[in-house]
Design a binder for this molecule. Structure first.
Ligand SMILES: [Zn+2]
Ligand SMILES: [Zn+2]
Length: 355
């Protein structure tokens, strides 16, 4: 089942929330339309055959990307030595996806772009300052299609502070924009990428700073959508530092647990927020130092999903991939994502109902 081009809106209550960003006069007329819409057969609003979570309590979604963690050191390790908090504390509260893959370019920028747009695409992966500073050439660095951030802001009228891209890697500022002419420079999310949050060309920030800034931004702005990138597993891998790589996975594991605890203690986020913990790519099966090919080590990555609409303590071995995350989030938050190529991960939903 593909999610392409669909509007999944089945609940009246959710529309009120979308409209809350609009002036009250507009809200009133939209509410009239809303009543009319409810009179239409449900099949007109939701494409036949798609399952929705029974209650649909999710109001916010956060993607945490642990850069370059290989499956064999995460869920593929039967003892879960380096992801103890995920395995013991978080997994009982969510779903582990054991067959989750990057099925296109196993590099940082394309992997993150696939997660945010639901669309696989070729993208330059190295920092190219000359291109970034030239308005005409900058396009070539950007994703081809709009992200969940841009579409969400357009559909809801939400301010930039409602969507955030927070990344240790400065080059991931590309996730804030895209090159589709009707979207370029429009509805962009807030960003804090690279050193000091200064963006493309500023260099890689320490993960500790990214973690600190993430909690600060989430606590202050309570974004409805956010992506966070931690770089150290990948950076230590490229440095041929095996012990550093394992230590970085453990640090990321600590932060994932810290983030989930923060979400569940925060009065805005608690029991209303989905969290996807995943990677942009793995690492070569034969060597942990690099990545970028189509070997199993590069393609097979970790993914764990927690949230009020997801099963608890479940394991899914249904094949899933990076482009499925964005359409799943779009469905949960009730906005269209027609450019996504992936499917909605209905196997995550607790008590899914057929419309
Ligand atoms: Zn990466
Ligand atoms: Zn490989």
């Amino acid at each position: 089942m593909k999610a392409t081009g669909k509007w999944q809106r089945a609940e009246g209550a959710r529309r009120e929330e979308i409209f809350c960003y609009l002036p009250s006069a507009i809200c009133k007329s939209l509410r009239c339309l809303h009543i009319l819409a409810l009179a239409l057969p449900l099949a007109c609003l939701v494409r036949g055959g798609d399952s929705l979570p029974a209650q649909n309590l999710t109001r916010n979604a956060i993607i945490l990307v642990l850069d370059g963690e290989r499956y064999t050191e995460t869920w593929g390790d039967p003892e879960h030595k380096y992801i103890q908090r995920l395995a013991e504390e978080l997994a009982p509260q969510g779903v582990i996806l054991t067959q989750f893959r990057n099925n296109f370019l196993t590099l940082t920028n394309p992997g993150h772009a696939a997660l945010c747009t639901g669309h696989y695409q070729e993208l330059p992966n190295d920092v190219q300052q000359g291109l970034w500073s030239n308005p005409l050439q900058k396009n070539s660095l950007l994703p081809a299609q709009p992200s969940i951030f841009q579409v969400f802001r357009k559909e809801t009228g939400a301010p930039a502070s409602a969507t955030w891209v927070i990344t240790s890697k400065d080059k991931l500022q590309i996730l804030a924009n895209c090159r589709a002419p009707e979207w370029r420079g429009q509805y962009m999310p807030s960003t804090f990428c690279g050193v000091g949050g200064q963006g493309y060309g500023s260099g890689y920030a320490d993960d500790s700073a990214t973690m600190e800034n993430t909690l600060k931004i989430l606590g202050r702005d309570h974004p409805r959508l956010a992506i966070i990138n931690l770089k150290d597993p990948d950076a230590c891998g490229h440095a041929n530092d095996w012990n550093g790589y394992l230590k970085a996975i453990r640090t990321c594991d600590d932060f994932a647990a810290q983030l989930w605890r923060f979400i569940q203690k925060d009065e805005v986020y608690a029991n209303k927020t989905a969290l996807f913990i995943t990677s942009d790519h793995g690492r070569h099966t034969a060597s942990f130092i690099n990545h970028g090919c189509n070997c199993e080590g590069c393609r097979h990555i970790c993914c764990c999903a927690l949230g009020p609409d997801f099963k608890k303590g479940a394991v899914s071995d249904t094949p899933a991939e990076q482009i499925d995350v964005a359409p799943t989030i779009a469905t949960l938050l009730h906005f269209p994502l027609p450019t996504a190529q992936g499917r909605v991960l209905t196997e995550l939903f607790a008590n899914a109902v057929e419309p």
